[in-house]
Write a protein that binds this ligand. Sequence first.
Ligand code: AMP
Length: 443
Amino acid sequence: MYKKKTTPQASSTVEKKKSKKSPIPQLIRGMKDTLPEDQPWWEATRDQVRAFANAYSFERIDTPILESTNLFERGVGHDTDIVQKEMYSFVDQGGEHITVRPEATASVIRAYIEHGMRNKPQPVKLYYYGPMCRHERPQFGRYRQFYQCGFESLGDQHPVLDAEMILIGHRLLKTLGIAATVQINSIGDEVCRPAYQTVLKNFFKKNRKTLCESCKRRLHKNPLRILDCKEVKCQEVAQEAPQIVDHLCDACRAHFVGTLEHLDELEILYELNPRLVRGLDYYTRTAFEYWYQHENFGDKVSLGGGGRYDKLAETLGGRHTPGVGLALGIERIVLLMRELKNYPIIGFHPDVFIAQLGEQARKKALRLFEDLRASGIKVRQFFARDGLGVQLGIASRLGAKFTLILGQKEILDQTVLVRDMETGSQEVVAYEKIVWDVQKRLK
Ligand code: AMP
């Protein structure tokens, strides 16, 4: 036998390479894999999102995960935590400033403007389901890549659309077995908010010493965000702060009252929360979140939220386009569904399982599988297993109605043994008639 000659030097290099084996690459911090056993829960969320979108006439939109950094700086707001600290941004090979999207509303509005959707009947109702990235500190229920589903209603400012949005998120969570409370506030608009911000600034200036370092900075740039700071000392000060509802202009007050009246009509319970401001600059008027009490999250966890963003399109350079939207975080929903043992209904119960014994049978079984599948019959197999007992066990775990058994004898006789999985009775059927026979049994 030919043996490749290696010089002593070459072989020692090989040794070195072996001993210095680089470690197996690991998942990076804040990321996670969604394994096959997790998928039924994810599938359930996808199914419900699709079902709700269909029921409420939202059409699917998919935007890229990479966008120009400018989109988020202008849309989400230059001074927000997301833009200041959390974006995965880079300059690509062509010198363009690119960001992996931290949220999708700005992208959806960009697409609305870019594709001239204002020429369609308004409101244009769109939904999405996809990954977002934010460089946050990972913790329970917080990742650096996470999925959101979102609904956006664009081109109309009627408060009934705000109420519809709140309803959709609330009912979607309920359908997935999660009873969350609706927190709601109005944060005014460009007419009334500046005056309120001055009132707020003056109030917090008097309490400056008590505030945390971040809030001292927020005092100048974004005093509204002090209201939802998580630091206990800031929260205590914020308790006493003037409330925006007392400073809304007539139009914003009418809009807020209108939204609440629609929610009352829908019998959706909500909590008025004067400190709910949300972390993105684009919101005007309605702001809402869905909260769930949960000890592992510290206290209350936000499962999602949204609000109205009537100025966002103009901020991006488009024409005036009022809009309202909502985003739900899928990881947190799945975590809760699992904890609450809201087992998703796994949609696929096969009509038929094919069990085979021996090489000859395996060949024929694959062909039989194809014939059944092509005829629209839900069929499963586990051709890598041989024993009949094992295969019947799998068939019954999957909930198959019938198992088609192909052994040596059946191959010789050109037949198939049809086993009724409920009664255990078995019948011999001619191979060429099997598709027709199964179809008849399934009727
Ligand atoms: P936001 O876009 O910040 O309003 O977030 C809406 C929802 O997305 C939140 O209520 C969470 O459920 C989810 N979410 C936001 N950030 C994260 C994250 N880093 N990890 C997991 N879920 C998140």
